[in-house]
Ligand binder design. Structure first.
Ligand code: ATP
Ligand code: MG
Length: 223
């Protein structure tokens, strides 16, 4: 696998925080606005991204990105063989459950050089994210030992409770965890992800998604 390949993930052990949704918006925007060749590897049995991709193709839309549906054990070999066909690969990692524990997530994260962690800005979500951040620290240590790049940052998704969001941001800052500036409110425009168009084509998308997009691009470049 080439060292310059960007392998990224929008990941958290917490379910339903917007991992798959924001992966699709970010991947499609990178393809459309930055002319990047983007692959999404969907390792989640729920097939959220694969189903949307196949649905759009079946309806005659032309996807901006490629999606490959793979079980976690096949990802490394696949990336070794085909990774160099792309500029950026996103891995959609399943939520951590009692069944799979965090081993699957840890393995997939260890292939990544950049991770974005969506956090719904509430106290309850913060508690489960803290454990995930510990896992990321372990992955970081392991990669640094091998002189492989790794960075991660958090972002608040569905920010609609100002004071609670600020409390979460304050906590993350106190732990020296980067919290990206963004504008991802809980909005209808974020409920219909597409792999065939960029959210930045819309006025609302420009206003609400652009700050996250700009920050994410910076971090991907810095990998
Ligand atoms: N900023 C947002 N505003 C409104 N709805 C959102 C936003 N982000 C995500 N959603 C909605 O939240 C739901 C969960 O999102 P998504 O499936 O992306 O989460 P996930 O973290 O991938 O979940 P899972 O753990 O099941 O894989 C979806 O219905 C999605 O449309
Ligand atoms: Mg998902």
């Amino acid at each position: 696998m080439s060292r310059s390949l960007i392998i990224a993930s929008i990941a958290n052990s917490k379910g339903g925080c917007g991992k798959s949704t924001m992966t699709m918006f970010l991947a499609a925007a990178l393809a459309k606005e930055k002319s990047k060749k983007v692959l999404i590897v969907d390792t989640d049995e729920q097939r959220t991204i694969t189903d949307i991709w196949e649905g759009e193709k079946a309806s005659g839309f032309n996807p901006l990105v490629t999606v490959e549906d793979l079980p976690p054990r096949k990802v490394l070999n696949y990336l070794q063989k085909y990774g160099s066909d792309y500029d950026i690969v996103f891995i959609d990692i399943p939520r951590v459950t009692a069944k799979n524990g965090d081993e699957v997530a840890a393995m997939l994260l260890s292939y990544c050089n950049t991770v974005f962690v969506p956090v719904i800005g509430t106290q309850v979500d913060l508690l489960s994210t803290i454990d995930f951040l510990k896992l990321l620290e372990q992955v970081k240590t392991d990669r640094i030992e091998l002189e492989l790049p790794f960075s991660y940052s958090t972002f608040i998704n569905r920010m609609n409770r100002r004071s609670e969001n600020d409390m979460v941001k304050g906590y993350l800052k106190s732990q020296n965890v980067t919290a990206m500036e963004n504008n991802l409110q809980d909005l209808k425009i974020f409920t219909i992800p597409s792999l065939s168009s960029s959210i930045l084509d819309t006025k609302d998308g420009q206003r609400r998604f652009k700050p996250f997009f700009t920050e994410a691009c910076k971090q991907l470049k810095n990998k």
